[in-house]
Design a protein. Structure first.
Ligand SMILES: Cc1ncc(COP(=O)(O)O)c(C=O)c1O
Length: 421
C-alpha cells in the first residue's frame, strides 16, 4: 500500500516578544508575516550567502541612507569590526570612543590591535563630547566612534569638522537609532561609514544581524574582504586593485544569515510607523514632565530627529524633590506602576577589561597589556556624574490611547511620594 503523503502545514504562530508594559502597549515585534517568510525561505533553501533576499535588503538600505554601498553582517559587532578594518585600524593605533556606550562599539578595535581611548559624553546631551574628543587626539588616533545613543543624534557638524581638520574618519554606530536623521539625512550616512545592529531587541530586528554602509569604495572593499568570504565574486568588490583576491577575500566570515535578513526586511518596512509611534509617545511624556518635579527631558541637537528610540532616559534633578537618591526615585516610580530603571549600561572604562587591562595575545602583548595604563573610577568625571542622574522610562511602541498621560500621572505621584520622604 502506498504511503499517505504528508501535507505540509504551517504551525500556528506564537508570539513570545513582550512589550515593556503589556496593558499599555499593543506592540508585537514579530508577527506571522516574518514567520511565514522564514518558512518560505527555508523551503526554497535560501539559507546561505548573498541570496536575492539579502541583496534586496542591502539595496533598500542604500536607498534609505542614500549611500552607494551597503553590506549585511552576522551582527552589529562584526559590522563595526568591518568598519574599523575598512578605515585601516591596526596594531598601535588608537580609537576614540565614548565610555557611555555598549561594549560592541569598541571591542572589535582591540582585536585589530588598537587601543581604546575613552572620552566624555556631553553632560547635557549625554552624547559624545566633540571638545573632549579633540583633547584626546594623538598622532596615533585612527578612528572616532560616534554613537547615537538610545536614538538621540550626535552633533555631527562638530564631529565632521574635527574629521576634516585632522583626516580622522568618523564611524557612526547607529545600533540604537535606525531611521534617525541629522539635517534630513539618515544617521550613518554622514560620517565616513555607518554601522547598525539588527539584534533581537533592535528597532529593525533580524534576531542577529548587522549592516555597514558607506560612500567610500576603499572602506567598502576592505569591509567585504574581511568578512564576506565567497560572497564577493563579481558583485561586491568595487575596485580593480582587489579583484585578485576574489572570491575568498581574506577568508574571514561575517556573512549574515539570509533568513535573519529576510525577517529584518519585513521589520524595515514597519520602521517609519514604529518611529512615529515611539516618537509621539516619548514626546508626549517629555512634555508632561513640565508638571513633574525632579524629572527633565534630555535635549536633542538642533537639526536632528530621533529614531529607533532604543531607550528612554530622562534626567533626575534630586534638589527639586528634597534631595532623595536616584535609587529612591526609581523605587517610587516602580511603586507607582511604571517599570523604570537606573542606567542599564556599565561605563566601559570601569569594566575590569578596560580598567585593569588584559593580556590579549599572551606574553604581555596586545593593546591592553605592556604599557597600557588602564582606567579608574573618576577618570571620566563628567560622564560618571551624568549617568548617575539618568532614569530610564519604558519605551512604548504601540501605546493605547492615553498611555503617555497615565505614565506622566504615575511619575507625578512618584515625585510627590519622594518629596515626602
Ligand atoms: C551601541 C551598540 N553598538 C553595537 C552593538 C553590537 O551589536 P550586536 O549585538 O548586534 O553585535 C550594540 C548591541 O546592543 C549596541 O547597543
Amino acid at each position: 500500500m502506498a504511503e499517505e503523503k504528508r501535507q505540509p502545514e504551517i504551525p500556528e504562530f506564537v508570539q513570545t516578544a513582550r512589550a515593556q508594559i503589556e496593558e499599555l502597549d499593543r506592540w508585537q515585534q514579530i508577527t506571522e508575516e516574518e514567520a511565514r517568510l522564514a518558512y518560505e525561505m527555508a523551503l526554497r533553501n535560501e539559507l546561505s550567502g548573498g541570496t536575492p533576499t539579502v541583496r534586496q535588503f542591502e539595496q533598500r538600505w542604500r536607498e534609505l541612507t542614500g549611500l552607494k554601498y551597503a553590506i549585511t553582517t552576522v551582527n552589529g559587532t562584526s559590522a563595526i569590526f568591518s568598519a574599523l578594518f575598512g578605515v585601516g585600524v591596526g596594531p598601535g593605533d588608537e580609537v576614540i570612543c565614548p565610555t557611555f556606550t555598549w561594549i560592541g562599539s569598541i571591542a572589535p578595535a582591540i582585536f585589530l590591535g588598537a587601543r581604546p581611548v575613552f572620552c566624555e559624553s556631553d553632560p547635557r546631551t549625554m552624547l559624545i563630547d566633540p571638545e573632549d574628543v579633540r583633547r584626546r587626539i594623538t598622532p596615533r588616533t585612527k578612528a572616532i566612534i560616534a554613537v547615537h545613543l538610545w536614538g538621540w543624534v550626535c552633533d555631527m557638524d562638530a564631529l565632521m569638522e574635527i574629521s576634516r581638520e585632522t583626516g580622522i574618519p568618523i564611524i557612526e554606530d547607529c545600533s540604537h537609532a535606525h531611521g534617525a536623521t541629522y539635517k534630513g539625512r539618515w544617521v550613518g550616512s554622514i560620517g565616513q561609514v555607518g554601522c547598525w545592529s539588527l539584534q533581537g531587541t533592535k528597532p529593525v530586528s533580524a534576531g542577529e544581524g548587522g549592516v555597514l554602509a558607506t560612500n567610500d569604495p576603499e572602506i567598502f572593499d576592505r569591509a567585504c574582504l574581511v568578512g564576506q568570504v565567497n560572497r564577493i565574486a563579481g558583485v561586491d568588490l568595487v575596485q580593480e586593485k582587489y579583484r585578485y583576491l576574489q572570491p575568498l577575500g581574506l577568508g574571514m566570515k561575517f556573512r549574515a544569515h539570509p533568513v535573519a535578513i529576510g525577517i529584518a526586511s519585513i521589520q524595515l518596512e514597519k520602521l517609519a510607523q514604529l518611529n512615529a509611534r515611539r516618537g509621539a509617545y516619548v514626546e508626549a511624556v517629555e512634555q508632561g514632565l513640565a508638571e513633574v518635579p525632579g524629572l527633565e527631558p534630555i535635549p536633542t541637537i538642533p537639526g536632528s530627529q530621533r529614531g529607533g528610540y532604543y531607550g528612554f532616559p530622562v534626567r533626575y534633578v534630586a534638589e527639586e524633590v528634597g534631595g532623595a537618591s536616584l535609587e529612591k526615585m526609581v523605587e517610587a516610580i516602580n511603586r507607582a506602576g511604571v517599570p523604570a530603571t537606573t542606567c542599564p549600561y556599565p561605563l566601559l572604562h570601569t569594566l575590569p577589561l578596560f580598567a585593569e587591562g588584559f593580556d590579549l595575545y599572551t606574553g604581555n602583548r596586545g593593546p591592553l597589556a605592556g604599557d597600557y595604563a588602564g582606567y579608574k573610577k573618576g577618570d571620566l568625571p563628567a560622564t560618571e556624574k551624568l549617568v548617575s542622574e539618568l532614569i530610564f522610562l519604558p519605551v512604548l511602541s504601540d501605546p493605547i490611547p492615553g498611555a503617555a498621560e497615565l505614565i506622566v500621572k504615575s511619575l507625578r505621584e512618584a515625585a510627590e511620594l519622594v518629596r515626602k520622604l
